[in-house]
Write a protein that binds this ligand. Sequence first.
Ligand code: UD1
Length: 420
Amino acid sequence: MDSILIRGGNPLRGRIDISGAKNAALPLMAATLLTDETVTLSNVPRLMDIQTMAQLLAEFGCSAEDRGDGVWDLTTADVTGTLAPYDVVRKMRASVLVLGPLLARCREATVSLPGGCAIGTRPVNLHIQGLKEMGAEIEIEGGYIHATAPGGLKGATIAIPTVSVGATENLLMAAALASGDTVLENAAREPEIGDLIDLLTAMGATISGRGTDTLKITGAAKLHGTAHRVIADRIETGTYAVAAAITGGDIMLAGANHEIVEAALAPLRQSGASVDLLDDGIRVRRDGAGILGVDVMTEPYPGFPTDMQAQIMALMAMSHGAAMITETIFENRFMHVPELGRMGADITVHGASALVRGVRRLKGAPVMATDLRASVSLVLAGLAAEGETQVNRVYHLDRGYERLEEKLGACGADIERVKG
Ligand code: UD1
């Protein structure tokens, strides 16, 4: 298995082009199932998860053609199957996003339950409940969600009990082809949902309330093909912003979108880094001054994203002072704590909060993590640590960070992939 080797201590300086957002591209790809015409997506990042979604869509008869340079043509002229098998779904939870579109278009779908994952149990009850309210009949048997809607899905008013990105996306897609109006109350407001709304609208759906927690969707009898550009990845932006701050460097994050990263960068500013919003991106730098401790709590958008929690913890591990980091979205998202501890960080977990007492320096060590964002937090710590850090289980990084070593290497990081 490959690993990443980092010799830390170099302040990173330069420019990083921000890729398209993985978490936007995945639902957009699923949404292409809603039409028999071609949808062309551009700015699609080159990532393992994108390949997995393409492989899954192929199960349903979609021809997913990667034209290079992040442009994909996705066409499902005829749906030839409606089974999302365990073997694919277990690799990537976002696979469950095909449930809504398949059910809306074919009136049936069988999707493996994703099961738990490293960061928590992550049930899909909210997806299922919402689809039932739209008239679907759903049974869980043998680890699979068996869903049918013999008379087609019908618009409904659905109050989603807990804010869920995935459930909002699944219900949005289903509603776009349902008969009548659907109102989603307590919808998630993440920018990736805005991007999905933009695609569905371009495909012919009528949706109001974009950016708010109440979405109204008027179902269409048929949706059509279109072309759409995936938004910039706010988590990648935030991650490289931390890379600049933690190494005392200066990085221009080219193509980063101001509005959608504001919440992710707020604690960075409070920690003493300069964050300048420029016409063509965001510049993040930290001069010789130390890192101040900042308390952070993860929340649904527009709050601080859970997908940035591990990265900000790596920064706080080197702060002058202390920081309380509270995770409110997932129940088990502190697996990076013991690994950061191996590098000399002083962190104690009390329930959903981690008390981080800053240390003067981190020291390189062999580490590994069990999820994507935890892995990248170890890379960030390694960039700032003295000596050599070997990050194992690199496949997590390949799921979500496009050309990580190349992007960091171009800014002066001493980082290489070691084939294993
Ligand atoms: C998405 C993101 C993920 C991010 C998360 C929260 C993608 C592909 N993934 O995941 O990177 O960390 O949003 O911002 O976009 N829940 C239930 N029942 C459900 C659904 C969710 O109880 O049916 C719970 C979850 O366990 C979790 C919370 O709701 O505690 C939020 O999860 P959700 O927003 O659904 O996350 P995902 O869409 O899976």
